[in-house]
Design a protein around this ligand. Structure first.
Ligand SMILES: [Zn+2]
Length: 381
């Protein structure tokens, strides 16, 4: 509620200024009436009676360029509290006022578009933001919510246009990456439908937008795999992995599959050893390869040593037990089996992936977090 008190400040200043400036009784009375109504409205807000407060604000006839700013913020406050209906009523009422100047009209339109977005009325929000871009060429920021709308509706070409419209002199890296993601989304849809030539076109465009995108590399590797070109697929998967090792969980099965086809498990193992030096969680995957490679370099002694020394995650511990169980020298097999079973039950309930930004958990890998809508933030949980 502290934000409501801040809403009082501009009006207090305004009321005092207006009274001082217009030194006649009638105007002073009008000014005080405005302040009285305003305080009444704020009191309703503080008493948790937002509908009564809204009536006071909406029915007040005297909204001018000074108070409009405060009303705009009040509407935004309603939206931020999840009271989208109230935000919409206030902003729509404000929009109908003839006393607003051009910049204020643009600001209210922007707020209205955000209200519609928050209410899930994406068509109306899109309409408002598009109109804003047409009527107010300086309102370039409308491209940001437009891009977010097109992400939600999976209209990737439009999302690309909305991102490009934000471009100033040089496209920032973050936007280049976003555009690469949008092309990859379209490429994946075409891949599912078997239109491989279209996939190639979109991958080429994605590369053009962002050469260093690990997703584009991984997608190109998928395409090579689809065309039975396993050597190139393997090389590109590893390149993607080295570029962004958060992708290990997502790519592990794919890389292992192509590595087995071309006898490159050992090479994959070496790459994982390198990554293990940077991140202990790689051990679980390294151990997974042990079962596939009879000449694996990882000895049980080495593993036992790391179990003592390192702060391993639960996947690595579970995998370690599996490896120890397979070792005939281990005489505690039955006890280990029970521990392994308990860990397996636990891991079945545990989410595989988690957003590094907001903590949202999920079972399948997603390039864009469905909770906070950020790209490239999903990692192993
Ligand atoms: Zn998130």
């Amino acid at each position: 509620m502290i934000e409501i008190l801040f809403l009082l400040l501009p009006l207090a200043f305004y009321s005092g200024w207006k009274s001082a400036k217009k030194n006649n009784l009638k105007q002073c009375v009008e000014s005080n009436k405005l302040a009285d109504d305003y305080v009444k409205g704020v009191n309703y807000l503080l008493s948790e009676k937002p509908d009564k407060a809204l009536e006071v604000f909406i029915n007040h006839p005297d909204v001018d360029e000074y108070t409009a700013e405060t009303y705009l913020l009040l509407g935004n406050m309603f939206r931020n509290r999840g009271e989208v209906d109230r935000a919409l009523r206030l902003h729509q009422n404000l929009m109908a006022r003839s006393s607003l100047n051009k910049d204020q009209k643009a600001a209210v339109m922007f707020a209205l578009g955000e209200d519609y977005s928050a209410a899930g009325m994406l068509d109306r929000a899109e309409g408002v933001f598009q109109e804003l871009l047409t009527t107010s060429p300086h309102a370039i920021n409308a491209c940001i919510p437009l891009r977010q709308i097109y992400e939600q509706t999976h209209e990737w070409e439009k999302a690309i246009e909305a991102t490009k419209c934000l471009k100033q002199k040089k496209m920032p890296i973050a936007y280049q990456k976003l555009i690469a993601h949008y092309y990859c989304e379209m490429a994946e849809t075409e891949m599912e439908q078997g239109n491989l030539h279209r996939v190639e076109e979109y991958i080429a465009k994605a590369y053009k937008s962002c050469k260093k995108s690990a997703r584009v590399m991984a997608l190109q590797a998928d395409l090579y795999d689809r065309k039975n070109n396993y050597k190139q697929a393997f090389t590109l998967y590893l390149k993607a992995l080295k570029n962004d090792m958060h992708l290990l969980t997502h790519l592990f099965e794919k890389i292992t599959k192509v590595a087995m086809k071309i006898g490159k498990i050992k090479e994959f193992e070496i790459v994982l050893f390198e990554l293990y030096g940077r991140d202990d969680s790689v051990l679980a995957y390294l151990l997974e390869l042990v079962g596939l490679d009879s000449s694996a370099q990882i000895a049980t002694d080495f593993l036992l040593e790391d179990l003592k020394r390192k702060n391993l995650d639960i996947y690595s511990i579970s995998k370690s037990i599996e490896i120890l169980q397979a070792n005939e020298a281990c005489s505690e097999n039955e006890k280990l089996s029970r521990i392994k079973l308990a860990l397996d039950h636990y891991l079945q309930r545990k989410a595989t992936f988690q957003c590094l930004s907001c903590g949202y958990q999920m079972q399948d890998y997603l390039w864009r977090c469905p909770a906070c809508y950020q790209w490239d933030k999903v990692s192993h949980a």
